[in-house]
Design a protein around this ligand. Structure first.
Ligand code: TXA
Ligand code: MG
Length: 301
């Protein structure tokens, strides 16, 4: 694939929005680092982010929205979260809050978790893309797995050139550091990742914040899970792949993008089924299969 690098203009944003609405991912500057953005309501588009990054596992991704009202249509904001949002948005703060039941976010975005990381970015390019697409945009940092976060279009090109269609170039990012992440999911606020905003200092006046905090970052089914199953044993809900059909299939055609996109939905479905156990057909270790297998092994552990 040819990767175009275009300056941040109205025409470039229109082209980026067109690509995102057909399910591609596009690199876009934010005030922190360059992000690799895709439509957060489109599971296959989000799976392609992982494919481009060559990430060996799925992490929950930050979803970018144009304003607090849009954020509140996706997540539930308790008072302390609202205070932080009103004080620091738009800006380099991500809030992890409970996901609303009626939010139309693909489950691969939250990696199956009941919480979601939300951010209202200040950068005009990301803001313009949010408005032009009218979609919430999932965006991890635009680097390949294992390399450092990109603060210039050249960094993105070096890391993801040939794997994404477009990079919006607006020079060096202002902050050069990923956003501060705070979890507001009941109880004291928790600082999950320090960043440009010193939330602790800002918040010491009123509320409580614990640092550094930890939040479960893996969804695990409640039922035992068996890997590399070629057929279902008694009491097993079989998640198929390719030739192995099962009760539901990750991808009947053996397509790894489709499999990644449906993984968390099927794990939830298996967990909610009448069967006491879950089995999963073998998934090849190639390409996105490595990330799928990593997540399945964690779920089985
Ligand atoms: O500045 C930034 O935050 C950049 C720009 C592009 O916005 N994005 C970024 O994304 O750094 P990423 O994917 O590289 O880091 C996201 C972090 C991960 O460490 C992930 O574990 C955490 O956010 N995260 C996201 N949702 C979460 C959730 N529901 N619970 C716990 N952690 C979450
Ligand atoms: Mg990153």
């Amino acid at each position: 694939m040819e990767t175009r690098v275009l300056p941040f203009t109205d025409e470039t944003v229109a082209e980026a929005a067109r690509l995102i609405l057909v399910g591609e991912s596009v690199a876009v500057p934010t005030e922190t680092v360059y992000g690799l953005a895709a439509d957060a309501t489109n599971a296959e588009a989000v799976a392609r982010i992982y494919k481009a990054k060559g990430r060996p596992g799925f992490n929950p991704l930050i979803v970018h929205v144009p304003d607090l009202v849009a954020a509140q249509s996706i997540g539930q904001f308790e008072d302390s979260a609202l205070t932080l949002a009103e004080r620091h948005w738009p800006g380099p703060l991500t809030l992890v809050v409970p996901l609303r039941d009626d939010a139309r976010i693909a489950s691969i975005v939250t990696a199956g978790l009941p919480t979601i990381g939300l951010r209202v970015p200040a950068h005009p390019a990301m803001q313009a893309l949010l408005i032009a697409t009218g979609r919430p945009l999932a965006a991890p940092s635009a680097n390949s797995s294992g390399s450092i976060s990109p603060t210039r279009a050249e960094h993105v090109m070096k890391s993801l050139g040939g794997r994404i269609p477009l990079i919006i170039d607006d020079g060096a990012t202002e902050r050069g550091l990923e956003s501060t992440i705070v979890a507001a999911t009941g109880g004291p606020l928790r600082l999950l990742r320090p960043g440009p905003i010193d939330v602790k200092a800002a918040f010491d006046a009123g509320g409580r914040i614990e640092a550094p905090g930890q939040l479960a970052s893996h969804y695990a089914p409640t039922k035992p899970l068996r890997l590399n199953a070629s057929s279902a044993a008694a009491e097993e809900f079989l998640i198929g792949f390719g030739d192995i059909g099962g009760d539901a299939s990750l991808s009947p055609s053996g397509n790894l993008v489709e499999a990644a996109a449906s993984l968390f939905d099927l794990l939830h479905q298996a967990d909610a089924s009448g069967k006491r156990r879950i089995a999963v057909a073998p998934v090849p270790e190639t390409d996105l299969g490595a990330a799928i297998n990593d997540r399945l092994r964690r779920a089985a552990a």
